[in-house]
Design a protein around this ligand. Structure first.
Ligand code: CUA
Length: 410
């Protein structure tokens, strides 16, 4: 307290040197940042990365400045005498300094606000020739619904053909618009390579746009569900299968519009011409993730590893061996129609959708044809590979008033 307070004259040269080092340091830090980023997969990613680099350069410079001052102060102002317990000299106010440290950050923040808003607006502006894919999020899977050109009509409905898939397909240069909503809780659609993330909310439509600029790997097993692609993450904790949502769906970017159209046309054709064998059809439906089963169940044949619901490996044998009089056919069909009727010990039916057959607008709509096909395929999950079911019986169960099959004692 008794030391004289003195303010030494400010030497401008060290300040300029520090400023230059801090600015160059910030720029160097931001230059190396892209090395840690995932691939720059969309046109929007370029704008977002540039914005991020500008912010990192400023933040990096600030970081260096603060670190420098900490080290400088620790060394320069350390106590000389270990027994010195006195306070430092009282210093009150420095208008110049206070104006500078208020005005400079204020200007920087205003510039960042304007720049960020410009980028934010740019990536949300509707693009030319957008193609819209509907995205449904649910615990614990994504469903993408595609609509064919207006002249490709479904004879059953007279409307343009629609089909669903668990993967998102697009091609380099396609202006994609996602129209998204959730069935149950908040989810967040996130593909790091595209630098886009958007929440999905119950009862509301949110949208998101991007234009892919790099293709993913070629399909390894035909045009369907290639494993190569950018993983689609869920970025909102939505339950015990949250992590699994990032393992089952990918964003597949075809190199050309022709490749994409070939895939699209094949899907439309197969949708209009399902295979005669229901078990083959069922495998096709499940493999394309038209229904969100993969998020919760394990089924090794299809590469599913969900743990929220019962394991479906060997389900044909178990359906056949059930005691209590219910046939395998009735057990499997009714497990889709009335999941609460058959609770596997250790599991709950709370998250299993109750698939309905009478309302095409219901998000859990599953026509009898699909239910029979899925059950027929699951019936082939036996040690011998022999189906545990008769297709005629599956059809009979599905066609009967399934809500009345009730007690399980037949
Ligand atoms: Cu869906 Cu986390």
């Amino acid at each position: 307290m008794n030391r004289p307070s003195s303010s030494p004259g400010i030497n401008i040269v060290p300040l300029i040197i520090i400023a230059v080092v801090v600015i160059i340091g910030g720029i160097v830090l931001s230059t190396f940042a892209p090395l840690f980023f995932p691939a720059q997969g969309s046109a929007q990613a370029q704008q977002i990365d540039t914005l991020f680099q500008v912010m990192l350069a400023i933040g990096g410079g600030l970081f260096l400045l603060v670190q420098f001052l900490i080290f400088y102060s620790a060394i320069r102002f350390r106590i000389k005498d270990e027994n010195d317990r006195s306070d430092g000299p009282p210093i009150h106010g420095n208008n110049t300094l206070e104006i500078v440290w208020t005005a400079v950050p204020a200007v920087v923040v205003v510039i960042l606000v304007i720049y960020s808003y410009a980028v934010f607006s740019a990536i949300q502006t509707p693009l030319e020739n957008e193609y819209t894919v509907e995205v449904l999020g649910r615990r614990f899977a994504w469903t993408f619904t595609y609509t064919a050109a207006p002249d490709v009509l479904d004879p059953a409905t007279g409307l343009p053909v629609e089909f669903s898939d668990g993967n998102l397909y697009t091609y380099v240069g396609q202006n994609l618009r996602l129209e998204m909503t959730s069935v149950d809780v908040n989810h967040a659609f996130w593909v790091p390579e595209m630098r886009i993330k958007q929440d999905l909310l119950v009862g509301r439509i949110t949208e998101m746009r991007f234009t892919p600029i790099i293709a993913t790997g070629p399909a390894e097993d035909g045009l369907y569900y290639p494993q190569a692609g950018f993983p689609i993450r869920c970025a909102e904790l939505c339950g015990d299968g949250h992590g699994n949502m990032g393992l089952i769906s990918t964003l597949v970017v075809f190199a050309t519009q022709e490749d994409y159209q070939a895939w699209f046309d094949a899907r439309v054709f197969e949708g209009l011409n399902p295979p005669d064998d229901p078990a083959v059809f069922g495998e096709q439906i499940l493999a394309a993730a038209q229904y969100p089963c993969a998020g919760c169940h394990t089924l090794t044949d299809l590469g599913w590893a969900g743990i929220t619901g019962p394991n479906l490996d060997g389900i044909g044998d178990r359906a056949d061996d059930r005691v209590g009089g219910e046939s395998a056919e009735s057990y499997l069909i009714n497990s889709l129609r009335h999941p609460q009727r058959f609770i596997v010990p250790g599991f709950s039916s709370a998250l299993m959708p109750q698939f309905v057959e009478d309302n095409p607008d219901d998000r859990n709509y599953m026509p009898d044809q699909d239910a029979v096909a899925i059950a027929a395929y699951l019936c082939t999950q036996t040690t011998t590979g022999e189906s545990a079911c008769s297709v005629d019986e599956l059809n009979a169960v599905a066609a009967s008033e399934v809500t009345q099959t009730g007690t399980g004692a037949q």
